[in-house]
Design a protein around this ligand. Structure first.
Ligand SMILES: [Fe+2]
Length: 339
């Protein structure tokens, strides 16, 4: 009898340990993404590694604030959010840590990761100029610089400067051309606006299709979403606009959605493993195409739709610059009255 009890206790202890050991193999992911395909990707990661992924979804800025507030007690291991400007904010908020990983260095090109390895881009979007196919001859278009030219008087549609996408676009121009040039450019764009900034990126394309102006600035993935929308009106809008990728010496403004390992990550190693997995060729294709974005991993091809838009030359800067010049960009927007 005594032996049986001992064995029972031993088994319970083993099961207990087993549970503890198993439960320890987990990673807590805070993410702004909400795609069904992500769940499949994470499931596959769990199958391959045995590491359970606990997902907390939320708005990007709120997730950053939440991790900051949780401080040392934060269960967050990995943060996924969009825009290098916002990732920079997370770093400045001191909620991320640097990661040395040969896998990441190989899978993520140097210009798409933070210079000190505090965050890594996972998907790429371009911030492009779209034009009315009815009213604009694409040969007339000349990249961002041209948007401040008189010939586009009352023709430009663009959202508010409070949006991080526009802040990062202007920050890139500060980095490339300097603050004075960027301020003249922003003032010129304000002069050429078809209306006061309002609505999101998709609303700008809608306004072009409705004839409010000839040109709009928007992120590439929104066009992908509109073309694949259940709403026929959105599909029609997207079919009515053409895409102009600024080229020449400074190319198209690109940005990333990306991830950083959280400063106090309780499961740091697993967070690095998950980050490496998301940058791997096998995950990248699905991870990028879920939101009609370009993969960061150079071994992976973009989706057919994105390839059909043609190749383009991205701006030749490290995306860390977008964060470094964010404050300057915001000040310029205020000075030139870009609401
Ligand atoms: Fe967006």
């Amino acid at each position: 009898m005594k032996k049986l009890i001992t064995i029972t206790i031993l088994i319970s202890v083993l099961i207990g340990l087993g549970t503890v050991a198993y439960a320890a193999e987990e990673v807590n992911l805070y993410t702004n993404r909400h795609y069904d395909t992500d769940e499949e990707i994470l499931d596959r990661f769990t199958e391959e590694t045995g590491i359970e992924v606990n997902v907390l979804k939320g708005d990007s800025d709120q997730l950053i604030e939440r991790i900051a507030r949780e401080g040392k007690n934060s269960p967050a291991d990995l943060l996924i959010t969009a825009d290098a400007g916002r990732l920079h904010r997370a770093k400045k908020r001191e909620i991320l840590q640097s990661v040395e990983s040969e896998v990441l260095n190989e899978n993520v090109p140097a210009n798409l990761r933070e210079q000190g390895n505090y965050w890594f881009g996972l998907t790429v979007r371009g911030r492009v100029i779209v034009y009315s196919k009815e009213r604009v001859d694409p040969a007339e278009l000349g990249g961002y610089a041209d948007l401040s030219s008189d010939k586009w008087q009352d023709e430009i549609l663009v959202r508010s400067s409070s949006n991080i996408y526009n802040q990062s676009l202007l920050a890139s121009l500060v980095s490339i051309y300097g603050e004075d040039w960027a301020e003249d450019w922003a003032a010129g764009v304000v002069d050429n606006m078809a209306r006061k900034p309002q609505g999101n990126d998709r609303a700008q394309a809608t306004a072009v299709a409705a004839g409010e102006g000839d040109l709009a600035i928007m992120n590439t993935y929104y066009l992908g979403k509109m073309l694949n929308s259940d709403n026929p009106a959105e599909v029609e809008v997207a079919e009515n606009v053409g895409i102009h990728f600024p080229d020449g010496e400074n190319g198209t403004h690109i940005n990333v959605s990306g991830a950083g390992v959280v400063k106090n990550a309780p499961n740091r190693e697993n967070a690095v493993k998950l980050l490496e997995y998301l940058s791997s060729a096998s995950a990248q294709k699905f991870f990028a195409s879920a939101n009609y974005e370009y993969p960061v991993n150079p071994d992976v091809e973009a989706s057919e739709l994105l390839q059909s838009w043609g190749d383009f030359e991205p701006q030749n800067i490290n995306l860390t610059e977008l964060g470094i010049h964010n404050e300057t960009a915001v000040k310029i927007f205020n000075r030139v009255g870009w609401q």
